[in-house]
Ligand binder design. Structure first.
Ligand SMILES: CC(C)(COP(=O)(O)OP(=O)(O)OC[C@H]1O[C@@H](n2cnc3c(N)ncnc32)[C@H](O)[C@@H]1OP(=O)(O)O)[C@@H](O)C(=O)NCCC(=O)NCCS
Length: 424
């Protein structure tokens, strides 16, 4: 076996892409196709691709992309979004992941990106690198017969319009941008993303049948306030329809639009189960049904993990629930976020600077990440032992400042065919 120290961790070149793509596919249990190399090549200029190489053999993959994250109050921060992390089965548990993460986070820190984010495929991996779970998601399965929605009375779907991919593409990105401007936890969706989502990218993956598309136009203003993408499968049993419907994307800027689009999905004839993935756990959607218990949670999980690299920039970018001041001592084994920081913030803005004063709260960088978008509470993190109240009252003050009225949400559309195969 090659000594791990001689395995080279380096930036990937164009010539490396086929082997890099194959290694990534092996890690994610996805078959290799030429088109997946083309897909990665099409964004390679903008993304940072790292590989681990044992002599000339690619044995590890890692990608980070320049992204934008909306934080409480509506500010948008540049973030490094990490994906395609894998190490070949022949080379696991020899520290290659740790070396790729360290190289990439150091690069993000030097470029001045205040945060890094990722979706963790496995919970135990990223805490050791200073990431903490910052948003959560609930996955619902709706039993249509129990939903008690009657198209003649309770299921008002006025405003919902079925459209084709081209019409959808003209309108949907602007709806998403309106949500992103106010939704803590939301990331940017670029033009490539929309072409992919609608099956309009010429060299797109061949395994994606075109979904169905709907928009919600507000009956009073005529403005598009919501979008819905779904797939469904015609299924029968004993002469009864038993079709499942999978919501792939449901974005709305008003509760009215959100509930009309869900009602539409739940009242499509022949459909007996509606799958509604990746919602914030406090989503209003189940309450749009006649019987909210018809929406059973089939998965409840941490979702987007966040890593703070620049504490003053991150903490001064968001707003806080109440006016208040806190001195936070942040520990960070990698050093990036560490220090004693004086935070003064409120609903109108905040400042955060290094201080020589003693701390009110002592916490690890991972706990700071879980507080950052308002999803977790300092009181809860202290009970778990990672946060320490140095000055009495500091936990309650941190909760009043950091927590948000609604939980943050990282909207995610499901694009690939795996969803129908029964994820999560
Ligand atoms: C997850 C994966 C990238 C780990 O790569 P690796 O090179 O074996 O990881 P490392 O050797 O650098 O391990 C770093 C640490 O994480 C731990 N670790 C690694 N994989 C782990 C796992 N699956 N569960 C729990 N701990 C794990 C190691 O024990 C090590 O701990 P230590 O720092 O206390 O010694 C690799 O197993 C893989 O490719 N898995 C399949 C794809 C995947 O899940 N990717 C993650 C996508 S977000």
């Amino acid at each position: 076996m090659t000594d791990s120290a001689v395995i080279d961790i380096r930036t990937v070149t164009d010539d490396d892409l086929p082997a890099w793509t194959r290694t990534w596919g092996n890690g994610y249990l996805r078959s290799y196709t030429e088109s997946s190399v083309d897909t990665i090549r099409s964004t390679a200029g903008r993304d940072r691709l790292i590989g681990a190489f044992d002599l000339d053999r690619c044995v590890g993959t890692y990608r980070s992309s320049a992204q934008e994250l909306t934080v409480p109050g509506g500010a948008v921060l540049p973030v490094s979004a990490i994906s395609k992390v894998s190490v070949a089965g022949t080379h696991r548990r020899r520290g290659l992941l740790s070396r790729m993460v360290a190289m990439d986070l150091q690069g993000a820190f030097e470029r001045g990106e205040p945060l890094a984010v990722l979706d963790a495929a496995q919970y135990p991996l990223y805490g050791r690198y200073g990431f903490g779970p910052a948003t959560a998601m609930a996955w619902f399965e709706i039993d249509v017969h129990r939903a008690r929605l009657d198209p003649r009375r309770t299921a008002d779907v006025s405003g919902v319009l079925l459209v084709d991919a081209r019409e959808y593409l003209k309108t949907a990105p602007a709806v998403y941008e309106r949500l992103r401007a106010v939704q803590p936890g939301a990331l940017r969706r670029d033009e490539q993303w929309w072409l992919d989502a609608t099956g309009q990218r010429p060299a797109g993956p061949p395994d994606r049948p075109e979904p169905f598309f709907a928009l919600y136009l507000d009956p009073e203003t005529g403005e598009a306030d919501g979008l819905l993408t779904f797939t469904a499968e015609e299924t029968w049993g004993s002469m009864l329809p038993r079709s499942p419907l999978w919501i792939r994307d449901l974005i709305a800027v008003s509760p009215r639009a959100e509930s009309a689009l869900l009602r539409y999905a739940v009242t499509v004839d022949w459909v007996t189960t509606v799958h509604l993935p990746y919602r914030a756990p406090d989503t209003l959607l189940p309450l749009c049904l006649g019987d909210p218990r018809a929406a059973r949670i089939s998965a409840l999980s941490d979702y987007m993990w966040l890593r703070i690299l620049d504490t003053p920039r991150a903490l001064s970018a968001r707003t806080y629930g109440v006016d208040g001041a806190l001195v936070l001592e942040v520990t960070d084994p990698a050093g990036h976020a560490a220090g004693v920081w004086s935070l003064e913030g409120g609903p109108d803005g905040a400042s955060c600077t290094r201080t020589g004063r003693g701390p009110d709260l002592r916490l690890g960088v991972r706990d700071l990440a879980s507080l950052y978008l308002g999803d977790d509470s300092a009181t809860r993190l202290a009970a778990l032992g990672g946060t320490e109240e140095v000055r009495p009252g500091a936990l309650a003050r941190a909760d009043a400042m950091f927590r948000t009225g609604r939980r943050p949400w990282s909207p995610r559309a499901v694009l690939g065919p795996r969803y129908q195969a029964g994820a999560p």
